[in-house]
Ligand binder design. Structure first.
Ligand code: ADP
Length: 311
């Protein structure tokens, strides 16, 4: 059965290397990583993934679009805005291998996605069975754009579509924590599935302990809530078993190479199975398997060749 998912967010150009030395180019962003893992893991079950964002009309933007299509991502929801550019981040790797991140995203095209009367996502909203967004999607949108996205969440949920919110919280993208907390609260109340990283929820709430943050997350109003706790089992709550919290085990990983995109990979694997009809716990077990694979390889998007048994 075909299941169509719209993923909205920002995918940036990436430069990686030593400062003033040679750099390699790539691209990435939390929601885009999820789109790729969802497409890979859901393909066989008929899951189709469209990425909604805005790019410029420059050659780099065209290059990004081509690469997204090569990944099997549907680009019909992408806006091209003349004169704007994609966001950029630079991963500076020092001689000891330590990485530091620098961002240029304040004027990125993605921020302007809703700056026209009807965006492609709003135009095609009825075509989708699910909408996925993250706390970073909300952070990069200006307040008016956020309102448009909240209205879309409401519209999709009202007709029985899944609305999935992943709580990625990056403090530097918000004016202060209170603003982020208010915005996240609205997203949690409009979503049908909340994917919650315990650490991010603690940072958002400012609670003293991880346990307190987890307890708070367990009282969220979203009907289906997944609480990810790194290597500890994932806590799973769904409308199928009201007031019950189950645990989905994680995989044992002997050597963690790079945890970049662990949560995004979980989201892709989880939704692929969930949209294909699996129950929440078995979908979470699968999401944990996908995440465990991703953290054993460098980079956010690992070669599909090492995912042969998962796709
Ligand atoms: P995020 O990447 O969103 O910050 P977590 O650190 O909670 O989230 O990790 C997301 C998922 O990655 C976990 O649910 C788990 O499946 C996997 N994971 C992370 N760290 C480990 C680990 N050390 N061993 C096994 N799995 C891990």
């Amino acid at each position: 059965m075909t299941r169509r998912v719209a993923v909205i967010g920002e995918c940036m150009l990436e430069l990686k290397g030593q400062a003033f030395g040679p750099m390699t180019q790539g691209y990435g962003g939390d929601t885009f990583n999820t789109a790729v893992y969802l497409k890979r893991c859901g393909d066989a079950a008929g899951v189709q993934v469209a990425y909604a964002t805005a790019l410029g009309d420059d050659g780099l933007s065209t290059g990004l679009l081509e690469r997204w299509r090569d990944q099997g991502i549907d680009t019909r929801l992408v806006r091209r805005i003349p004169g704007r550019m994609p966001g950029l981040y630079l991963i500076e790797v020092d001689p000891a291998g330590e990485r530091s991140f620098h961002y240029w995203r304040d004027t990125a095209a993605a921020k302007a996605y809703f700056d026209e009367a009807v965006s492609p996502l709003e135009h095609h909203a009825e075509d989708f069975d699910a909408l996925y967004l993250s706390g970073i999607t909300l952070a990069v949108l200006p307040p008016a754009g956020r309102e448009r996205l909240f209205a879309l969440m409401e519209r999709l949920r009202a007709r029985g579509a899944q609305v999935v919110f992943d709580n990625n919280f990056r403090p530097r993208l918000w004016p202060d924590r209170a603003a982020a907390r208010d915005t996240f609260e609205r997203a949690f109340s409009l979503a049908t599935i909340a994917l919650v990283t315990a650490d991010d929820h603690q940072a958002l709430t400012g609670l003293d302990s991880l346990e307190a943050a987890i307890a708070q997350a367990q009282s969220l109003p979203t009907p289906e809530v997944l609480i990810k706790r790194g290597a500890s089992p994932t806590l799973v709550h769904s409308a199928q078993a009201p007031r019950h919290w189950a645990e989905a085990p994680t995989e044992e990983v002997a050597r963690v190479v790079d945890t970049t995109a662990a949560g995004d990979a979980f989201a892709g694997g989880y939704l692929a199975r969930r949209l294909a009809g699996a129950d929440a716990v078995s979908a979470a077990v699968f999401g944990n398997r996908v995440a465990a694979r991703v953290i054993q390889h460098p980079g956010a998007i690992i070669p599909i060749e090492v995912m042969g048994d998962l796709v």
